[in-house]
Write a protein that binds this ligand. Structure first.
Ligand SMILES: [Zn+2]
Length: 376
């Protein structure tokens, strides 16, 4: 059944896929990824016990093996450089192996059906050992911005993301007669195909809100909408791209702040959370707070938002938790805006507990907590 489905996909690709090389002038401004042509013919219900957004995921923390089926070292290095951007936000590792080894993702540049496309998520692992799972096109003939966009976009598919234009909450005001004519002229698509690949919304989405800045969004010519609003091509991950992939592939939860650690330096990709994933410690605009994730309720906070310039927050090595900052204005002096007054506990650590309580622990004993302050 699987092989039969691939044959259908293959046949449809031959019929309908675009050709970047032969239509360089038109497609240079469109980068029409032909991923939809593959994806739209894969029936997600064939995977039991999983939802549509669950089944293509890689295992969180997985090392994904990647190999190239063609291409020179210049093109390969560009892929490695730009694809690595995703792993800043996703708890995944990319390892590039030689052509003779097993690889989860198998990339061709000039090989395979024209255009740029990728299998969706773990679909990449299916097929024979040398079955191509991604095509990037002849990158060396693209502008650097186009290379970056193409690599980031196709790796987005390879990590499980679909086109953002399909987001059910997207509010694109299509001028349908123009859209049908445009894609008929450009791609030779029928009305039904334009509906399927461009117009119709997906039944589910990776994102909770529509994100026109997503790297997974198509370019939309403003002449194709009734309100004259288009969408530019993106060359970088949007904030929602980064936070969404981080939610899909989160880094391990960390609940402890070590003695001497700067809390304002902790990146949002590796947040301090309670081990039950219900509470998060955050330092924003001079305020240190514990927030309940489900409700967004602030359970506790200290600091002063009027001193948010160059604001910092430390667990000092003497045991004091301190918040400092400056008011706005040139040459404004730094001020201590809050301190826990626990300097008699050098080497103490902070724990964010499962009930949302932030506790300073010294030699195994709680000496201060966000709920009751100093304990003695
Ligand atoms: Zn695409």
């Amino acid at each position: 059944m699987r092989g039969f489905k691939f044959l259908i996909v293959f046949f449809l690709l031959i019929l309908f896929s675009c050709n970047i090389e032969e239509n360089q002038v038109s497609f240079d401004h469109i980068d029409m990824c032909t991923f939809d042509l593959r994806e739209s013919h894969i029936d997600p219900t064939t995977k039991p016990n999983a939802t549509i957004i669950d089944w293509p995921r890689w295992k969180n923390g997985q090392t994904i093996k990647i190999k190239f089926l063609d291409g020179d070292s210049n093109a390969r290095e560009k892929v490695k450089k730009y694809a690595a951007e995703w792993t800043k936000y996703a708890n995944l590792s990319f390892v590039y192996v030689s052509a003779t080894e097993y690889a989860d993702i198998r990339i061709g540049f000039q090989l395979g059906q024209p255009g740029a496309w990728s299998e969706l998520g773990m679909e990449s692992t299916y097929g024979t050992p040398d079955h191509q799972s991604m095509r990037l096109g002849p990158l060396t003939s693209y502008s650097e911005a186009s290379v970056r966009r193409t690599v980031l976009h196709e790796f987005g598919h390879a990590l499980g993301l679909v086109h953002e234009t399909l987001n059910p909450s997207a509010s694109i005001q299509w001028n349908l007669p123009k859209v049908y004519k445009y894609y008929s002229d450009l791609q030779g698509w029928s009305k039904e195909e334009v509906d399927e690949f461009v117009i119709n919304k997906s039944k589910s989405t990776n994102y909770s809100e529509y994100d026109p800045l997503s790297i997974m969004h198509y370019y939309i010519n403003p002449a194709l909408t009734t309100d004259g609003k288009g969408v530019n091509e993106m060359t970088d991950l949007s904030i929602i791209d980064a936070s969404s992939i981080n939610k899909w592939y989160p880094f391990p939860i960390r609940s402890v702040i070590e003695s001497g650690e700067r809390i304002d330096y902790i990146p949002w990709t590796h947040p301090i959370k309670s081990s039950n994933n219900k509470f998060i410690l955050q330092f924003i605009s001079g305020i240190l707070s514990v927030k309940e994730l489900d409700t967004d309720n602030i359970m506790w906070q200290e600091g002063n938002s009027l001193y948010s310039n160059f604001a910092s927050c430390y667990l000092q090595s003497d045991g004091n938790l301190v918040i400092k900052g400056r008011p706005s204005g040139i040459n404004a002096a730094e001020k201590l805006t809050w301190i826990s007054n626990t300097g008699e506990y050098p080497g103490a650590q902070l724990y964010l507990q499962d009930d949302g309580n932030l506790e300073l622990i010294y030699n195994g004993v709680v000496k201060w907590s966000s709920k009751i302050g100093k304990t003695e």
